[in-house]
Ligand binder design. Structure first.
Ligand code: FES
Ligand SMILES: [Fe+2]
Length: 455
């Protein structure tokens, strides 16, 4: 086992560069993180009808997600129980069965082994078909249409896993008709460790004005002021960062949900029309979050930008490579024209060849590749920005950072990363459920700049 305490220093917000490179770290992540966490599979809107299926990955395990005849959703390992061939090669579709291309075994959409060629002639009817169904993903559940799976029976229910992050997400996932993903996902390969984009999306407001300097000027609008870190307003007024139990988190810029849209009129109008509903159902605070722009992460490898409408999963493919899958995130009650416009915008910014996507890609690859060097890998990385501002807020859950540009959510991500990497089982993780904030901030009821400044 890897000595996690040698890899992260929680007191100082420091991580070893080995976390982006070492095979033994990665192997432990696959077993202890991807084997125990709830992982995003797909959205209900992607498989609306019985027989609809979608193929994806949980960690490196190939998985089929299928809508059953009774409308429920099941997920299976996408590997034949005969000789291990991949059963389903399609990305998505509708079917009554999955037929293996090697020797022709066929499986129902419920995972049962339904047909075996020459069963009587070569197996003499002795094959126990019930014992050869496709292994089922242990837990599958749905948060407001977003379907997740988990291999660990001991993991808490999905609602508890998302916890206070869902409280924040409800501001838009439970209003405006709810959220949905549109389009088949765009897919790209990036030669980087899966945590580089995960930490970037969850907590990196710092890179926006610098990495995306040229793109922000081209896009125009209110965020262009950030270009080159040029005209920065007082940071405490701009937004905040939030991190919640289990390593989820986000950064928000108040009132700029529409900021990346080239022609935001219809989007602003939709938000203004739906804001009273949000405030009525969820209260004033979540109304404030509703009109903000979010850079966000669901631990471990699902990220999204609410406002810029991109929704991503970073599938790990070894320690130094990922497959990036990108959907467009919209609200169901938006008009078809607005959804189309948002999709176009999301492709132009964070699609495969998007302006902002390509800015980020090179940094993510070289943040990984430099660590090929043995001496380089003995070094550390710093995520201490704004540490003294981490605190509680009297009305908002989780740990908050007072400034939009800070690394509070990085720290939350790596705190839980260390916890789950060290834990023998979920029982160990549960021991910290009630104390994780105290362990981080001390026992003060309210502390830090967060409480003072986020108002
Ligand atoms: S490997 Fe699938 S039928 Fe033989
Ligand atoms: Fe970026």
């Amino acid at each position: 086992m890897v000595n996690v305490d040698n890899l992260i220093d929680l007191e100082n917000g420091v991580q070893s560069k080995k976390v982006f490179w070492d095979q033994e770290v990665y192997d432990q992540e696959i077993e202890r993180i991807f084997g125990r966490s709830w992982l995003f599979l797909t959205h209900e809107s992607q498989i609306p009808e019985p027989g609809d299926f979608f193929t994806t990955f949980m960690g490196e395990d190939p998985v089929i997600v299928a809508r059953q005849m009774d409308g429920t959703i099941k997920a299976f390992i996408n590997s034949c129980t005969h000789r291990g061939n991949q059963i389903c090669h399609a990305d998505s579709g509708n079917t009554r069965s999955f037929n293996c291309s090697y020797h022709g075994w066929s499986f129902g959409i419920d995972g049962e082994l339904a047909g075996v060629p020459l069963e009587a002639e070569v197996y003499f009817n002795k094959l126990d078909k019930a014992a050869h169904r496709l292994p089922e993903v242990t837990q599958v559940d749905n948060y407001r249409g977003f379907i997740f799976g988990c291999f660990d029976a001991e993991a808490p229910p999905l609602q508890e896993w998302l916890g206070e992050m869902a409280w924040y997400m409800d501001s838009w996932a439970d209003t405006g008709g709810g959220a949905e993903l549109i389009g088949t996902p765009m897919k790209t390969i990036l030669k980087c460790n899966w945590k580089v984009p995960s930490e970037n999306f969850i907590g990196d407001g710092y890179h926006v004005g610098w990495t995306h300097s040229a793109a922000l000027q081209m896009i125009g609008g209110p965020l262009s002021a950030l270009s080159g870190n040029g005209e920065l307003p007082p940071m405490d007024d701009v937004g905040a960062q939030v991190t919640t139990r289990h390593g989820h988190g986000f950064g928000v810029i108040w009132e700029l949900g529409h900021a990346i849209h080239r022609d935001p009129g219809d989007y602003i109008q939709f938000q203004q029309q739906t804001l009273p509903e949000v405030i009525e159902k969820k209260g004033e605070w979540r109304g404030k979050f509703y009109t903000g722009h979010w850079n966000s992460g669901l631990f471990p490898n699902c990220s999204f930008l609410y406002g810029t409408n991109t929704f991503k999963i970073w599938h790990p493919k070894g320690p130094h490579e990922i497959e990036v899958w990108t959907w467009t995130l919209v609200q169901k009650n938006m008009s078809p024209e607005l959804k189309r416009e948002i999709k176009k915008q999301a492709i132009q910014t964070f699609g495969t060849a998007g302006t902002l996507e390509s800015d980020d890609g090179e940094n993510m690859e070289t943040c990984t590749r430099t660590n090929r060097g043995f001496q380089t890998r003995r070094g550390t990385m710093n995520a201490s920005m704004g540490m003294e501002g981490d605190g509680r807020h009297p009305e908002l859950p989780g740990v908050l950072g007072a400034s939009f540009i800070g690394e509070t959510s990085y720290r939350g991500f790596y705190r839980f990363w260390g916890e789950i990497m060290k834990a023998e089982s979920w029982a160990d993780i549960h021991k910290n459920d009630d104390t994780w904030v105290d362990n981080w901030l001390g026992k003060d009821a309210v502390s830090g700049m967060a409480a003072r400044n986020i108002a």
